[in-house]
Every structure is written in C-alpha cells, then in structure tokens.
Design a protein around this ligand. Sequence first.
Ligand code: ADP
Length: 190
Amino acid sequence: MAKMRVGIYPGTFDPITNGHTDIILRATRLVDKLVIGVARNAGKGPIFSTEERVAIVREEIAALANGAHERIEVRAFDNLLMHFAMSVGAAVIIRGLRAVSDFEYEFQMAGMNARLNPKIETVFLMASDRYQFISSRFVKEIGQLGGDVSHFVSPRVTEHLLHKFGDARKVAEAFERKIAILDKTAAKKK
Ligand code: ADP
C-alpha cells in the first residue's frame, strides 16, 4: 500500500477566516491527511486563547460540506514548526500566499525550514481571488470597532468575535464607570 501523505497547515488562526478555510479545502486535495497546527504564538498577542482557537477551527472543520473533515486533525503546538511537522510525519508544510504582502516573510520562513529539514517541502497555495484581501488582523480590527465581519469569516466565527468584543467592551465600560466614581469622590474631598 502507498504511504499516506501527511501535510501540515500551520498558523495562528486568530481567528480562522474564509481565506484559511479555502486553503484547508484545497490542501485536502493534495494530501491524504491534513494536520492543522494552531500555533500558541504568544508573541503575536492573539485575542483568542490557544484552546479557543483550536475549538473554533474544529467547529469550522466539522461544518465542511465535502466530507474532508474525516481526513483533518486540529492540534495546538508551541515547539519549533519543523519539529512539530516531523512529529506528525508530515511530508509537506502548506502555507497560503496573498499577493505581495506575504511574500518576504514566507520566503524567509520556507528557506530557513528547508535548511532545518530539506526532506519536508513547503508548498504555497495562492490565495483565491475572493479571499485575497482577508486577514485575521483586519477582521479583528473591524470587529473591535463594531464593523460587519460576516463577509470575511463564517457565521460561527462572527458570533465568537461578537462575544469576545462584547465582553471586552463590558470590561472597559465597567472600568470607565469605576474611574468616574473615583473622580467624583476625589472632587468631593477637595
Ligand atoms: P501566521 O501567524 O503563521 O502567519 P495566520 O493564521 O495569519 O498565521 O496565517 C496562516 C497561513 O494562512 C499563512 O500562510 C498565511 O499566509 C495564510 N493566509 C492567511 N490569510 C489568508 C487568505 N486570506 N488567503 C490565503 N491564505 C491566507
């Protein structure tokens, strides 16, 4: 029997967007099994915890209509990407490439990873036209300012964003109320 080809699609997925899901679907046509690696990536200051991001990606995968979900696994990782890729027996690392913006970073990362382990290839899938401009970063910015993100993420992710920013707003409002009370008390004392 031919050896099963395992691919790994690593990312921060903070949160997963329609652009990511498109890459996932296309990647499943290239590999027998796809491991989605959710990077802890504390340096990027994600708004969703690793556990939340993994759970949200799993929800998206469960909702895929084409049966591909049976060949997809979602896992968190916080070690070196190449070590994680080796530990899951991956033959390829899949990355998505949007016009211009991603090139330099991805080029460097692929080059470094090739040095670390030349047997594991990085494969780039060009972002589809309609998802070219979608980034998790802008989705978060738009969501935070109360804009409509439903063109960029699934209805499930939209809900998660609403909750996240709703909670953050409540905390900020409570904080402002507290400051106002403290100001009033201080003014009375004068
Ligand atoms: P990272 O922190 O590793 O860049 P991201 O979650 O931002 O994690 O992205 C994971 C991968 O998905 C990267 O290869 C990125 O270029 C790609 N990607 C992000 N958004 C899109 C999109 N709209 N279309 C195609 N690929 C994308």
